[in-house]
Design a protein around this ligand. Structure first.
Ligand code: URA
Length: 189
């Protein structure tokens, strides 16, 4: 099978998904983007307005910051990584995704992680971190470490929107978390 075929098939299946009420409000499903065999995967929360319109995760202001931090700390651009979200459809008015919506979308995220098989998964913010780490603890108390997730390593960090709101210290901690991911990947430089 050609590289990425199963992931592309999954994306095609997801594009018509009506497993939860978010499907009624979306412009399109924002499945994920990047290298289907990336060593590094980022998981955010949910598409916002820009993502819903463009069909790609993290293309708005948060995404610009994420791109910059990936480039500056990891020395690569987003095409070397895979980027997805906990839920694939935009919640109305950018509200938080609800537990039933997260549960309905979970099989897509699990399949993405299995098929891409990254070495390191960086979770961006509370929703992705709580889901994949299976914890109720907030991002501030769990970040700063890496956690085994089966054969992979999970590195929790802040959501870039939090960094945009809070500024310097949060950005610096995100940079430190990305450096931790880089070390786990064995990427030099
Ligand atoms: N915030 C997210 O969590 N995901 C996106 O794709 C964009 C903003």
């Amino acid at each position: 099978m050609a590289p990425g075929t199963e992931l592309a098939e999954l994306a095609r299946e997801a594009s018509g998904c009506v497993r939860c009420p978010l499907s009624a409000h979306r412009t399109q499903v924002v499945f994920g983007v990047g290298d289907p065999h990336a060593d590094l995967m980022f998981v955010g929360e949910a598409p916002g307005r820009d993502e819903d319109l463009q069909g790609e995760p993290f293309v708005g202001r948060s995404g610009k910051l994420l791109d910059r931090l990936i480039l500056e700390e990891l020395g690569v651009d987003r095409s070397r990584c895979y980027i997805a979200n906990v839920v694939k459809c935009r919640p109305p008015d950018n509200r938080d995704p609800k537990p039933d919506e997260i549960a309905a979308c979970r099989p897509y995220l699990s399949a993405q992680i299995e098929l891409i098989s990254p070495t390191v998964v960086v979770t961006l913010g509370n929703f992705a971190t709580k889901l994949l780490l299976g914890t109720d603890r907030g991002i501030t108390s769990v970040r700063g470490l890496s956690y085994p997730m089966g054969e992979r390593q999970l590195v929790p960090t802040y959501h870039p929107a939090a960094a945009l709101r809070s500024g310097g210290v949060v950005v610096a901690e995100m940079r430190a978390d990305l450096i931790r991911a880089k070390q786990l990947l064995g990427w030099s430089g």
